[in-house]
Ligand binder design. Structure first.
Ligand code: SAH
Ligand code: SF4
Ligand code: F3S
Length: 454
C-alpha cells in the first residue's frame, strides 16, 4: 500500500464495550499510518465492529457489509474487516457467506489488529476467534470524545443467562490490574479528560479472577476497592461504572458511592424481568424482592440517585401475568431510564430452543406497553429537576441548535443550555433547570455568586 491510499473507516454497532474496542482499534490504525475517513466509500480499510445481542443487530451488519463487498469487485485493494461479536459467533462461516472478507476477528483480538492486518497485507485471509489472554494495550486509543472516556476494567462474563450470547462471544472474565486501570486514568486526567466510565459486562465481578484475599476471606480486589483506589486521580472529576448485576451488588459498593464525591449517583442495574419464575428461567440468580431491596438501599444512602436498567419482554413462556409483574416493578421503582427489548432467540443459547416461544405480535405489544409506561415514569422522574441547580459537564454542541451546548448531570440526564462550545467544552457548569422532558432537560447557566448561595 502507498501512503495515498491509507484511509480507514470504522462503523461500530452494539454496546459500550464495542465502542471502547473501536477506539483502541482506531488508535492502532492511526499508529500504522492510516487516517480516519468519515465516508466508508473513501476508505481502503473498512472495519465493522459488530453486535449480535439480538437478531436485528446482526442483520444490520450483513446489509452494510453487502454494499462494501460489491465495491471490492472493482477495487480489489479494499480491505474488509469484521470484528466484534458477530465475528466471534460466526467465525469461518462468515467467510463462506461473504467471501470478499479479508479478516474476521473476535473481540478478544482487538488489541492484535496490527499483527492481523499485517497477515492480510501479506496476502492471507485471516480468522482470529480462538480464546486468548487479553494483552494490555500499548497503543493510544483514538477517543471520540475529548471530555469523557471509557476504561475497561473487566472483559468477558462468567454468567450463563439463558438468553444471552455475551459469554459465548466475549469469553471468560479477565480483570485488568488496578495499577493498569489507574495508569490509564492518570493519563486521561493529564490529557484533560474530566469523566471516566469504568466498563464491564458484569462489573461487580471485577477482581474475582485476580489473586489474593483479605484476612476476612474477601477477594483482595473488588469494584469497591477499585473506586477507592482511583477516586483521587487529578483532573478526573467524575467516575461512572456499568453494568451492575443485582446478584453481586453490595452495600459496601453503595456506601463507597455515597462517600466518594467523584463517583456519580447513577446506577445502571438491569433487572430483565419483574417476575420470579421468569428470572429463574433466565438464570439470573435473584428475585424481584432482592432487586427492590437493592434500590431501597441505594435510595436510603442517596435519595436522589438515578436508577436505570435493562428489561426483556416476551421471554419464552412469559405469561401476561408475568409480564404484568415487570410493569409493576417499573411502576413501583420509577426508573430514570430503561432500555427495553423484545426477546430475540440467539444461536447457541439455551432459551432459543425452548418450546413456548411467543409470537412477534405478543412481544411487540408488550414492548409498546412497557415503553409507554417507561416514558411516563421517566417524565415523572425528570420533574424533580425543575428549578434545581445541577452541575453539567459540557460535552458538545447541541447538533439541533448550535447556539446551545449539551452535557450530562451527575445523574446522567442529558441537559441543554445556551453557550459557546469553544468556551465551555469540558467545563463543569452550574445550570438552573427551566424545562424538563422525559429524557432531557434545558436550563440556564447560573452566575458564580448565585451558585455559591446554593
Ligand atoms: N451484562 C448486562 C447486559 C448485557 S447485554 C446484564 O447482565 O444485564 C445488554 C442487554 O441486552 C441486556 O441487559 C438485555 O436486556 C438485552 N438482551 C440480551 N440478550 C437478549 C436477547 N436474546 N433478546 C433480547 N434482549 C437481550
Ligand atoms: Fe449476558 Fe447475563 Fe453476562 Fe449480562 S450477566 S452479559 S445478561 S450472560
Ligand atoms: Fe453486542 Fe457484543 Fe456488546 S453482542 S451488546 S457488542 S458484548
Amino acid at each position: 500500500m502507498t501512503t495515498s491510499n491509507r484511509r480507514y473507516h470504522i462503523t461500530t454497532f452494539g454496546c459500550q464495550m464495542n465502542k471502547a474496542d473501536s477506539e483502541r482499534m482506531a488508535g492502532i490504525l492511526e499508529d500504522m499510518g492510516f487516517e480516519w475517513s468519515e465516508d466508508p466509500n473513501q476508505a481502503n480499510v473498512i472495519l465493522y465492529n459488530t453486535c449480535t445481542i439480538r437478531d436485528n443487530a446482526e442483520q444490520k451488519v450483513y446489509s452494510y457489509l453487502g454494499r462494501q463487498a460489491k465495491r471490492k469487485h472493482s477495487e480489489p485493494d479494499l480491505t474488509l474487516v469484521v470484528a466484534g461479536c458477530v465475528a466471534q459467533q460466526e467465525g469461518e462461516s462468515l467467510l463462506r457467506r461473504v467471501p470478499e472478507l479479508d479478516l474476521v476477528m473476535g473481540p478478544q483480538h482487538a488489541n492484535r489488529l496490527k499483527d492481523l492486518l499485517q497477515q492480510v497485507f501479506d496476502g492471507n485471509q485471516v480468522v482470529a476467534t480462538e480464546p486468548v489472554h487479553i494483552m494490555e494495550d500499548i497503543t493510544k486509543p483514538r477517543r471520540d470524545s475529548k471530555v469523557t472516556a471509557w476504561v475497561n476494567v473487566i472483559y468477558g462474563c462468567n454468567e450463563r443467562c439463558t438468553y444471552c450470547v455475551v459469554p459465548g462471544v466475549r469469553g471468560v472474565e479477565q480483570s485488568r490490574t488496578p495499577e493498569a486501570i489507574r495508569l490509564e486514568m492518570e493519563q486521561l486526567g493529564h490529557q484533560g479528560y474530566k469523566e471516566v466510565t469504568l466498563l464491564g459486562q458484569n462489573i461487580d465481578a471485577y477482581g474475582r479472577d485476580l489473586p489474593g484475599t483479605t484476612p476476612e476471606g474477601r477477594h483482595l480486589h473488588t469494584l469497591t476497592d477499585l473506586l477507592y483506589y482511583v477516586h483521587d486521580i487529578p483532573g478526573i472529576e467524575r467516575i461512572r461504572f456499568a453494568t451492575s448485576h443485582p446478584r453481586y451488588f453490595t452495600e459496601r459498593l453503595i456506601k463507597a458511592c455515597a462517600e466518594l464525591p467523584k463517583v456519580c449517583e447513577h446506577f445502571h442495574i438491569p433487572f430483565q424481568s419483574g417476575d420470579n419464575e421468569v428470572l429463574k428461567r433466565m438464570s439470573r440468580g435473584y428475585t424481584h424482592e432482592k432487586y427492590r431491596r437493592i434500590i431501597d438501599k441505594i435510595r436510603e444512602y442517596m435519595p436522589d440517585a438515578s436508577i436505570s436498567a435493562d428489561a426483556i419482554v416476551g421471554f419464552p413462556g412469559e405469561t401476561e401475568e408475568q409480564f404484568e409483574n415487570t410493569l409493576k416493578l417499573v411502576e413501583d421503582i420509577g426508573f430514570d431510564l430503561l432500555n427495553t427489548a423484545a426477546y430475540s432467540p440467539r444461536p447457541g443459547t439455551p432459551a432459543a430452543v425452548w418450546d413456548e416461544q411467543l409470537s412477534e405480535e405478543v412481544k411487540s405489544d408488550r414492548l409498546q406497553r412497557l415503553n409507554h409506561l417507561v416514558a411516563i415514569k421517566a417524565a415523572e422522574r425528570s420533574q424533580r429537576y425543575m428549578g434545581r441547580i445541577e452541575e453539567v459537564l459540557v460535552e458538545d454542541q447541541n447538533p439541533k441548535d448550535t447556539t446551545q451546548v449539551m452535557g450530562r448531570t451527575g445523574g446522567n440526564r442529558l441537559t441543554f443550555f445556551s453557550g459557546d462550545i469553544n468556551d465551555l467544552k469540558g467545563q463543569l457548569v452550574k445550570v438552573k433547570i427551566t424545562e424538563v422532558r422525559a429524557f432531557s432537560l434545558t436550563g440556564t447557566p447560573v452566575k458564580v455568586q448565585e451558585a455559591l448561595l446554593v
